[in-house]
Design a protein. Structure first.
Ligand code: F3S
Length: 405
């Protein structure tokens, strides 16, 4: 059921772009049986050429030239190109041009040029219970689970249309009953190590699919960064858009996440499950030389940057290895003013802002064997870019990429 204003929008009363956007939302809403459109408070869109290709360029340019404008605060995921370092990262001109068209289109539409998958750190921070429309699985997981805002895993196209109209069809995780936990994970792994958050996310994602898992046994001191890494693993190896960590995430603190019902399944997760997943995420023959080590998936936070800085003390990057760290421009600039960036750059680390390895032209660079401390990167990059992968924690990554000065 549309309001008079929504009908006017659908009839072209607010211009071409709004009509196209409303039409797409109504069709999606109908296919999911949505009964109404909800007003929204925030949008996070994707605009990386590595995933959207020419069809994405055409669609966003059409909306921009049709007079579309973002109605609510709208941030943008990393792009496939770091425009500040195109020469350093040898980005082919044709690829750069395509990404530039996408960038121009979203800027014309009035999106915030955040180029970050962690907008919740500063630029786009929704409140508990707000209906929002976010794309990018790790950001969606964080917004739903850690903040308690409400969004589906919004596909490309629907994200920008929601921003232009300020509306989204009510289905999926916008409906209270669909946010109920359905599977319980009893985590019994002893002490949590750094990599365990990523790996546990991957294990939970694999067993959950698109269901809503409830996690018992995360340590009380778990940080937001660790929840970010857990959610990225669960959202990429599975399709988890929302999880509840008992005693920690807001919807599991305010009420029973199972809403009085029994979980459909209960899994006990042990150290063996994590070890098995670590082995699964390493696809490379150990004899094959590693030529790239990468961190920052999801993009590195300031705390994570500090930790790399400390671990890198007195070490420099080996001549035969590329050690690339991905972060947002804000974190890079803050790190710079705190004296964390320059020593690492002098030690041979390459920083890249506003993009990441997964959506970059890794194949064009000719790397054969990549190492990372991110379960999401380890899971996605081999299939997208046909490279061999080694998965290991930050200490191991630094050990492989560097030697003592
Ligand atoms: Fe972010 Fe890129 Fe990883 S968008 S979650 S750093 S794949």
């Amino acid at each position: 059921m549309l309001t008079d204003e929504e009908k006017k929008c659908l009839d072209g009363g607010f211009g071409d772009a709004s009509r196209t956007a409303m039409d797409l939302l109504v069709q999606i809403g109908n296919s999911f049986g949505a009964e109404r459109l909800l007003p929204i408070h925030s949008v996070h869109i994707v605009a990386h050429f590595g995933s959207l290709h020419q069809a994405g360029v055409d669609f966003l340019e059409k909306l921009a030239s049709g007079g579309g404008k973002c109605k609510v605060p709208t941030t943008v995921d990393p792009l496939s190109v770091d425009f500040d370092r195109c020469e350093q990262f040898r980005i082919p001109i044709w690829y750069r041009e395509k990404q530039e068209r996408l960038k121009n289109a979203v800027e014309q539409l009035g999106a915030i040029p955040s180029w970050s998958c962690t907008p919740y750190y500063s630029l786009n921070v929704p409140r508990y219970g707000q209906d929002i429309v976010w794309a990018e699985s790790s950001a969606v997981s964080y917004a739903n689970s850690v903040i308690g805002a409400r969004t589906n895993r919004t596909p490309f196209g629907m994200d920008i249309c929601a921003s232009i109209t300020g509306k989204v069809p009510e289905f999926g995780l916008y409906i209270e009953r669909n946010r109920r936990g359905t599977i319980l994970f009893d985590v019994q792994i002893g002490n949590f190590r750094e990599l365990d958050y990523h790996t546990l996310g991957a294990v939970v994602g694999r067993l959950s699919g698109a269901k809503v898992p409830v996690i018992k046994g995360m340590p009380p001191g778990t940080t937001n960064d660790q929840l970010k890494c857990f959610g990225a693993g669960a959202g990429s190896v599975g399709s988890v858009a929302l999880y509840h960590a008992l005693g920690m995430t807001p919807e599991a603190r305010c009420r029973d996440p199972f809403d009085g019902q029994k979980p459909e399944e209960v899994f006990t997760i042990t150290r063996e499950d994590l070890n098995e997943m670590e082995d699964r995420l390493t696809t490379a023959d150990p004899q094959l030389k590693i030529d790239m080590v990468t961190m920052g998936c999801p993009l590195l936070s300031l705390e994570e940057l500090k930790s790399v800085f400390v671990k890198m003390s007195e070490r420099h990057v080996k001549r035969e290895i590329h050690f690339w760290i991905y972060l947002s421009r804000e974190v890079y600039n803050l790190g710079k003013s705190m004296g964390l960036v320059e020593p690492l750059e002098k030690a041979g680390v390459w920083f890249s802002t506003g993009t990441c390895a997964t959506i970059s032209p890794v194949k064009l660079w000719g790397f054969k064997h990549v190492m990372t401390n991110s379960a999401k990167c380890a899971f996605v990059v081999p299939s997208e870019h046909e490279v061999a992968m080694t998965y290991g924690d930050t200490d191991r990554c630094i050990l492989v990429a560097t030697e003592t000065a």
